[in-house]
Design a protein around this ligand. Structure first.
Ligand SMILES: C[S@@+](CC[C@H](N)C(=O)[O-])C[C@H]1O[C@@H](n2cnc3c(N)ncnc32)[C@H](O)[C@@H]1O
Length: 424
């Protein structure tokens, strides 16, 4: 089926370009975002992995109706391409990044595979049970594929390599591509008597491994890796507004595991006076240091944590709970693309965060307007960003009840936005 032409997708502000992929005699096309892996073309490693999989699937894996899991799907190049094959019955695409998942869903649609593709914002294999269809059922796949994130950290990489062996159906296969810097780690992780490597292909920059449980070996359904501490790396201690020490547990795979981010630290000096029992929305929460800082000064506030990264949300939520935040005053919202559907209710008395600027200008504007939509009457927002982004955002026309201005603190720029107390 020819690729569906791009239409008025709600993802339009986030699209960098459409990249082509020739696969199994088909011409596929993928919308990419500057803020996602390999936005200029489909990754060379992903293409290499796909080439090694064509004969395996043609050989009847899964009895000609294979169930595929794409772990860390990005915008969906591998999983969507596989889902276009007649021998693939279904492909489940998961990523910890909700924006990636939004793109994977869109790319399934563009390539006519939406009826065989399901998606989920998942942390590794931790959230797969929801895909099993009914409570208590174990999700099982004939093929698990991954272009393994090279900088996720050794323990996380090992869990992403071995965990899939515990979600295979009998006769199933795991197939991964990895970059050269982690080739030796992958080789060592798979060198075990209970793992059978069926194929290995090396180039200067990549290695592909196909592997499965050795005959008579059985792998259990993987335990929840986040809860088991697989992501944990260190703890971070800093001073709150009353110069009392606060300690949070930090994880690998997010920046600033060993220091309070300088921009977040500058933000603490610009925090508006918070109503003690109001609602605080924290955007792009990272390791959770800023959230912990605000919790210490305003323990009675309600918190809404917004991020597109499930790892950041889980880590921050865990930090706040450990510091005594009551569960019923803690809400998390995973938002990839800010579209009409992802809107947050206008309940925030205070909105604080660092703008994400990895995408194109339209994407940053969409995030800005989406966040401001969460301000309650009388609410105040303080958003940190680059000077260029803030100059541009100040030119964005806002509804009359919102007033934006710029402030600076030691080289960091902030956008401060106030919503009028009563709006008509
Ligand atoms: C190397 S990229 C591959 C993306 C895509 N499969 C491709 O081939 O273009 C790795 C992806 O894994 C995701 N990722 C990293 N750590 C993850 C985790 N713990 N759980 C789920 N996804 C993860 C990243 O967000 C990223 O999209």
């Amino acid at each position: 089926m020819p690729p569906t032409p791009p239409t008025t997708s709600p993802l339009a502000p986030y699209v960098h370009r459409d990249v082509p992929l020739e696969f199994a005699g088909r011409r596929l096309a993928f919308a990419t975002s500057l803020d996602l892996f390999s936005s200029h073309q489909v990754d060379v490693g992903s293409k290499l992995l796909l080439r090694t999989l064509e004969p395996v699937l043609a050989g009847g894996l899964g009895g000609g109706a294979a169930r595929v899991l794409d772990l860390g799907c990005g915008y969906g190049a591998i999983g969507v391409a596989l889902a276009t094959l007649p021998v693939v019955a279904s492909a489940h695409l998961v990523d910890r990044d909700a924006l990636a998942v939004d793109f994977a869903r869109e790319n399934a649609r563009r390539n006519g595979a939406e009826d065989r593709v399901t998606t989920g914002t998942n942390l590794g294999l931790d959230d797969l049970a929801a895909a099993a269809g009914h409570a208590g059922a174990e999700p099982r796949y004939d093929l698990v594929v991954a272009n393994v994130p090279g900088k996720a950290g050794d323990a996380v990489i090992a869990s992403m390599l071995l965990g899939p062996l515990g979600v295979l159906r009998p006769g199933g296969l795991v197939a991964v591509v990895v970059i050269e810097p982690i080739r030796a780690l992958v080789e060592a992780t798979l060198a075990r008597p209970d793992v059978e490597v069926a194929l290995r292909r090396d180039t200067a920059d990549y290695s592909v491994f196909h592997y499965r449980p050795a005959p008579d070996a059985a792998f259990p359904t993987p335990a929840d890796a986040f809860a088991a501490g697989v992501y944990d790396i260190a703890s971070l201690t800093f001073e709150d507004a009353l110069e009392q020490p606060v300690t949070i547990a930090t994880v690998q795979g997010l920046a600033n595991y060993d220091r309070f981010d300088v921009i977040e630290s500058a933000l603490t000096r610009r925090l508006p006076r918070l109503p003690r029992e109001g609602c605080v929305l924290l955007a792009n929460v990272g390791q959770g240091a800023l959230a912990a800082y605000v919790l210490r000064s305003h323990p009675a506030a309600r918190f809404v944590l917004v991020d597109r990264d499930l790892l950041a949300l889980r880590t921050t939520r865990r930090a706040l709970l450990a510091l005594g935040a009551p569960e019923d005053r803690l809400e998390t919202r995973l938002i990839g693309a800010w579209t009409g559907d992802s809107a947050v209710q206008p309940t925030a008395d205070v909105l604080v965060g660092v703008l994400r600027e990895g995408g194109n200008a339209a994407a940053v504007t969409a995030e800005y307007l989406g966040l401001l939509g969460a301000l309650a009457p009388g609410g105040r927002a303080v958003l940190a960003g680059s000077s260029t982004a803030i100059t541009r955002l100040l030119a964005v026309k806002l509804p009359p009840h919102l007033k934006a201005s710029r402030t600076k603190h030691r080289g960091t720029s902030f956008l401060e936005v106030a919503r009028a107390a009563a709006t008509d």
